[in-house]
Design a protein around this ligand. Sequence first.
Ligand code: HEM
Length: 495
Amino acid sequence: MAWACRGFFFALLPILFSRLPSEPPLDRGFVPWLGHAVEFGKDAASFLSKMKQKHGDIFTIQVAGKFITILLDPHSYDSVLWESSCQLDFSKYARLLMDRMFDVKLPDYDPNEEKVMLRSALQNKNLPSLTKAMFFNLQTLLLSDPSNLSRQWTDEGLFHLSYGMMLRAGYLTLYGNEEENYNDPSCQDKDRAHSAEVYSAFYKLDQLLMRAARSMLTAAEKKEAANLKGHLWKLLSVKRLNSKANKSLWLESYKQHLEELGVDEDMQPRAMLMQLWATQGNAGPAVFWLLLFLLKHPEAMAAVQGELEKVIRIRGQTMKQMQGISQEMLDSTPVFDSVLNETLRLTAAPFISREVLADMQLRLADGRKFSLRKEDRLCLFPYLSPQMDSEIYEEPEKFKYDRFLNADNTEKRDFYKGGERLKYYNMPWGAGINTCIGKFHAVNSIKQFVFILLTNFDLELKDPEARIPGFDKGRYGFGMLQPENDIMIQYKLKD
Ligand code: HEM
């Protein structure tokens, strides 16, 4: 009998551990069960680009017991992005991460439904009020803070300046001010102090979140994360948020949504912290890379400054006289738009992930068909292709400020791979149902910050020879990349 069982087990082995010819090539790695987990977590971009060289633009890897199929052909992305959620599900993995990173469990949570509901609060007719609030909050932080107004050079890390200012102003814009009057100095003082407290705890937590997502925190780190979250939950409590002035429609809508889902008062601040990360975790790092590229490429800085001066001069004002920056003005900067697209091409690296809910066939643009297995995960990584693909972009690792600019100053949108024009050639904002719902607010906020900074302050690298830092490689897959180390700059108010 025992022999018969063993025989049956060995007969099953090839079925359990190999894949069918119709499936993508499988690379299990050498470590049983763990597979490629260590390399994947350490530096997903280098690892996946090695796998691409070995297997081509579709393959399956084993990572901590899970089989993940990676698709790197941008011509075929539509077959994933628009597939029915009965086959390729987006919410299961999102729910897992919400719990691991933010201790959030929401009953009947449907991310698609939530996105549709919150999108309108961030776009179209609600965009101008957000843009205006962001302008006032940036002024509070940048131009009304006595510590910024000295004519002496101040030294600061560019990453901290960018992330801190963007997060604090973005937070005040969405979650509201301590008091109603933006121009009242005592109200501004309170907003500066409160937003600095939020940023300080958030920044420390942010440094632990990637490892929390991979369940890799040590006991001490878990304790530190728990303390930081506890502190932030207090700052974002129902009572505290209810007492705010100038709350955005986004906040009101999200709060109402949580109440309709029956989420209790203890869980609500956790969801609010998760949203703080989703809404504020990307724009600050994007500003850091953009300013650093400008500081390292004087021709790009001159082109942006020239465009900015022209836009302001045409309107016969100075930035200081303005009570806001109009949408029309924000939309009149093709050079800046190209700089932003190029920055994001080089530094935005989200995964687009789906759980395979039922055995299915994936048809690629070139006609090849692959079987996918139920319970595997399917993942697109647009950072490798299209964004860093040398077939699409010449010298893809280089910053070229006018890469997305035609000779007539219109936006360049025609990029090719394999002789075919690409629908998806740059995907920092995701695509399809995975498109960022805050994109327009994010672009307006980034422009306002950079415009206010460049028109009011002189800004220099402390060491003009400083090299552009490498990426914190553990962040691949989670949106905007952050630098391995900060870069020191000095700034002072213009004469
Ligand atoms: C440079 C800045 C930003 C970049 C590159 C960016 C990119 C992205 C990407 C790639 C996604 C994932 C889409 C998906 O997989 O479903 C996303 C989701 C989202 N973004 Fe942005 N984003 C930025 C700034 C913002 C801002 C300023 C806001 C806020 C108002 C915002 C709000 C959101 C929200 C609410 C989601 C949905 C999160 C979720 O899945 O629950 N984003 N963003």
